[in-house]
Design a protein around this ligand. Structure first.
Ligand code: ZN
Length: 389
């Protein structure tokens, strides 16, 4: 494939993707030009990873770094008596969907030779980038909120990345990473266009695993919206490839306590509306300032889907229900199960439709927090209790 092009939707500038850019000179986010599209005959069927779709991806060579990302299981389970498909993005190499975007971004950065990288993350993206940087032998520094779950920080440290905890609000973490942009390349999963190039492979997999069909509805936990934009991009590529005539309705799922898109959606706005943010169990989607709000809202509207904001109680109930189906996920991912219950009650999702719930992160990512929710004591305390009985 020839070198791809970046386009800025704000000022209209175009750039070669060979330039080490993470945003436009005007400060806006860059979009990667559409690729050639995907047809089933392009698939490398022997490749059990997202690289089975390499023909549709904007990389020049075969990947230099892969940990077997993608090609995650798609399981059918009953939810409120209705068959639903669960996409286990929790089964990625680092336990979250981020590996799709990270794999494409890191391979692109190797191709253009950016050298050391850094990033800011509430956890999963940082763990993913640290891991792929380790596999690629690239020095990596991750700025994290001092309050991020321990398991996520442990993953970053285990990969040998330099860990920089930042106190204060999430924005302070981003500002620290921005300030370091002169020292090393800012490989931001929220800004870099290649991250969305990777998340589009979720659409390819759903289509292939459902027998070369697009589902009717896809429910996705949403913070910045990289999965929404990836799904839009991927299903558009399948339309260009002549494989499908329409994409699914896309539902962005948010925690009601921190719901930037839900606020804009209910106000009928095309960009962000003011909203109040509080604490939520869904730490992975507690985003106050998404980078591409207009694009995400447009994608939701054009798909004829919407935004669902769920309460903390609904998240806990869904977490328990998923666990009993053998689906141990982090509270952030459980929001999608809660949204499914809501959409079924409202008959916006109906039993005869093909519905996919995207489970974005593994339960082990948040094991300590889930233990608190389930009011589990330590094993020693339990044994002491047993001894008394
Ligand atoms: Zn621009």
């Amino acid at each position: 494939m020839t070198i791809a092009t970046y386009h800025c939707p704000i000022c209209g500038s175009n750039f070669s993707a060979a330039q080490p850019l993470w945003r436009c000179s005007c400060g806006g986010p860059l979009d990667l030009a559409p690729g050639p599209g995907l047809n089933r005959h392009d698939i490398v069927a022997t490749e059990a990873s997202l690289w089975r779709y390499a023909a549709a991806l904007a990389v020049r060579d075969t990947p230099r770094v892969s940990l077997g990302e993608g090609w995650t299981p798609l399981l059918q389970r009953d939810w409120a008596g209705i068959p639903v498909w669960f996409k286990l993005e929790s089964q990625m190499p680092t336990g979250s969907f981020k590996d799709r975007g990270t794999a494409l971004m890191v391979n692109h950065l190797i191709e253009i030779g950016t050298g050391p990288i850094h990033e800011d993350s509430s956890g999963n993206a940082g763990a993913s980038l640290a891991t792929y940087a380790a596999a690629a032998g690239i020095p990596c520094r991750i700025y994290v909120p001092a309050s991020a779950p321990r398991a996520k920080l442990t993953q970053i440290a285990a990969a040998g990345a330099e860990l920089r905890p930042v106190a204060g609000p999430r924005e302070a973490v981003s500002n620290a990473a921005l300030a370091a942009a002169g020292e090393s390349f800012y490989a931001s999963h929220n800004w870099h266009p290649y991250f969305i190039e990777g998340t589009q492979t979720l659409a390819f997999e759903l289509w292939e695993q459902l027998g070369f069909r697009a589902p009717d509805n896809v429910l996705v936990p949403t913070g910045y919206g990289s999965n929404i934009l990836g799904l839009e991009r991927g299903f558009a590529a399948l339309m260009r490839g002549g494989e499908i005539s329409r994409g699914p309705r896309l539902y962005a799922v948010q925690a009601a306590n921190c719901a930037a898109f839900a606020a804009a959606w209910s106000a009928g706005m095309e960009a962000l509306a003011p909203f109040a943010a509080g604490p939520t169990l869904a730490d992975g989607i507690a985003t106050q300032r998404p980078v591409r709000p207009k694009s995400v809202l447009r994608a939701l509207r054009q798909s004829q889907g919407g935004v669902v904001a769920v309460s903390e109680d609904e998240i806990v109930a869904a977490l328990r229900a998923l666990g009993r189906l053998g689906l141990f996920v982090e509270p952030t991912a459980a929001t999608a199960g809660a949204a499914l219950s809501r959409l079924l009650q409202q008959r916006r999702v109906t039993p005869e439709q093909m519905t996919v719930v995207v489970l974005t992160g593994h339960g082990l990512k948040a094991a300590e927090r889930i233990a608190d929710l389930f009011a589990l004591g330590s094993a020693e305390a339990s044994r002491a209790e047993d001894g008394k009985a």
